[in-house]
Write a protein that binds this ligand. Sequence first.
Ligand code: SF4
Length: 430
Amino acid sequence: MKINNAAVAPSEPWTIFNNRMRSANQARHILPYKPVPHTERHHLLKSLFQNNSTLNDRVIYVHIPFCKSLCPFCIYSKQKMDYRETINAYCDTLLKQIQNVSASVWAQSAPFKAIFLGGGTPTAIPAENLTEIIRSIRKYYPLTTDCEITVESTVSEITSELCAKLKYAGVNRISLGVQSFNTKIRKKLGRISNTEKILEALDTIKKSGFNNIAIDLIYMLEGQTMETWRNDLQLLSGAPINGCSIYPLITKPGNLKVPENLEQEYHFFAEADNFLAELNGWKRFTPVQYGHSKNGNARYVTSHGQNADMLAFGTGAGGRIHNFMYLQGTAVNEFIKNGQNLTKAPMIGMVIDEKFLEFREIFGLSERMQLEKNGNVMAKQYFGDIIEDLIHAELVVEDENNWLLTKTGRFWAANISTLFSGRIAKLING
Ligand code: SF4
């Protein structure tokens, strides 16, 4: 295995692979998961839930699939706000799904360290529905004393009343979808709030007592230049936030077109990567996540690179328990009809060979940007040649104790994950 064009790495870091994979999730999907027939899934999940497990960290994801308006670039499972009856019925089913799983031995055997309510836009539904879901999880599940509880929201929905209700329900982190501070660029994304409104919303969240506030910014947007991007980063640095995620535009066919210009993409990435790591007190947590070194680490986000088990509730929600991965169906009506019990809910279920568990630590290098090398027999024996190639291409460097991703490595992190996934597939399938 040789990385394409490795020889040109130092001067043209955007040419190392032919195509850029833009999300670590895409990379994990090439692992050799095998579909579990509908008839067996019920037993498999049931038996997983009957066992104690303290092996992995664990987190909870809850999906609220409603938005007040739909953005043209969005890849998430969502639909326009529905009738109040539908919202109520969806939330009732969600509450039942949450409560049913909580009664299991597995759910009670170790505390969860993060809860994330995403969407869609969780705050698009009435605050009463949303806070009932949060309270229900807090009531029925064991949580760590410092459990991170995040709610995603959008600028136009932030009010001090909403923030007060969320805080009272136990939410301690708000993730605000910003994408760009630039009013003109935002309009092209179907976003109505201008720069001032974004800053006002962040101020409102902060004044409501939240000390853990994150935003996201996207590069490769229509109309974006290096000047507008730098301006976005400047505004970010003055905002009352302690974390942010930086992504390239990712869409699916039929949505906005992503400009194919890897060189430009690299420069946008590198500008943000340098700027954010040098912000006062900030550091990199993953190849896309930056934040204050004291409290800017989004535990839910970094849990992916730490192979945490994830209980996922709601339409389109993807979870993983031990070696079983599932993705719930996206149809709201189907969910309302059949979703009360997770083991019987509409979903795709897949398992991966138990051997995968021996190798998965390797993703620490691509997803957490470092991997301990001393005494790491597994990494050296099964991935040593790949790591050598990565070092040769200047995607990885090594110090006394660790292998570390370089800036170029961070840009290509998802591609590096696919190298590991591909090797694991070979090791398992022979
Ligand atoms: S970007 Fe957010 S608000 Fe826009 S459609 Fe997607 S989930 Fe809804």
